[in-house]
Design a protein around this ligand. Sequence first.
Ligand code: HEM
Length: 382
Amino acid sequence: VWQWWRWMREHDPVSWDEKYGAWHVFRYADIVRVLADPLTFSSDLVGLLPPQPEIELFSKGNFVRMDPPRHDKLRKLVSKAFTPRVVADLEPRITEVTDELLDAVTGEPGFDLVAALAYPLPVTVIAELLGVPASDRGLFRTWADALLNQPLPDRMLPDEETLRLRAAPLHDMIGYLLTHIRDRRAAPRDDLTSQLIDAEVDGERLVDDEIVGFVGLLLIAGHITTTTLLTNTVLCLDTHPDAARDLRADLSLVPTALEEVLRDRAPFPRLARVATAASAVGERTVPAGQVINLWIGSANHDEREFLDPDDFDIRRSPNPHLSFGHGIHFCLGAPLARLEAAIAVPMLLRRCPDLAVADGVELFDARVMAGARRLPVAALWA
Ligand code: HEM
């Protein structure tokens, strides 16, 4: 995919894909301009799909697919819970969960890093914040895979049949979350779900149908992406032994190293918007109503923005990568994802003075998600 991106950045940076039925944008500056203008380039793609009850219901609270002013009002309801200061209070719990997970595999010469740490850590943290049992994480993973990690379809906008197939796991998730929300209505607890039940927008409480998409978004966005950040860190260090040695020698480099992993392998390499009016993007004009794929994975390697973009430099600074997006939809959970990785990575490196990627790695489709479904490692324990 990197070669395709490089070629397109150079030769066809804003291109119409007739077969796929959408535009592709590859350069950093063009992508930032689109993301910075949410009124011209809308996030609301749901209206373009054939009607589908589950998707319509889920959309009522799924604010990543909303535009201002509704987006801003819903995001504000939870934004306080995810500021770096508030998230910092989770540090002891994140450390404790990481310790328990690593204890469970300590001494094993080989294990799957996804199953042992990269998946259960973020899912446990977000489940506890929302007040759903972390032990149901097998279910959450099925839903996350169904929603985020499908093979790239032949057409940008799926047909009715594809949507129907996708709706089955969504149906289960909606049912599960509605039960959870009703439980909390009956007996509130100190969690984000109870907080949302109490919250008001324009003087009105949210109804259960709105809370479903809201909690679902946090649950899904809140774990699978951080899982890939953790696996990508291990993959990057494995392919760059010099960087791994430098990082082990000076763990204060972990924060910049994580930003470099995020830049190098954007967990979500592609965002999508729809033009609300005919608009210039780069040297082309996108007609109203057409969908635009923004390849942030390509932007992160744009030689017009980054010096030696294909070098993996754990000291790179500044590092204005787009892996958390840009503008009003900038990832709400970025402080949490950064904190989880900044705690887990040094703990893993300290406990395993030697860690090597072993045979049997299963990677996702790099056009959909950069990361590993299975990451067997060979470990030497301290
Ligand atoms: C939005 C990436 C972790 C919650 C986004 C967007 C990206 C992104 C690219 C923008 C989508 C768009 O503009 O269309 C990532 C990556 C993560 C991560 C790479 C981990 C490495 C998390 C976590 C949470 C979270 C841990 C947990 C709360 C959200 C939410 C939005 C969002 C709620 C929607 C924000 C809005 O529309 O205003 N994320 N995310 N993310 N992310 Fe994350």
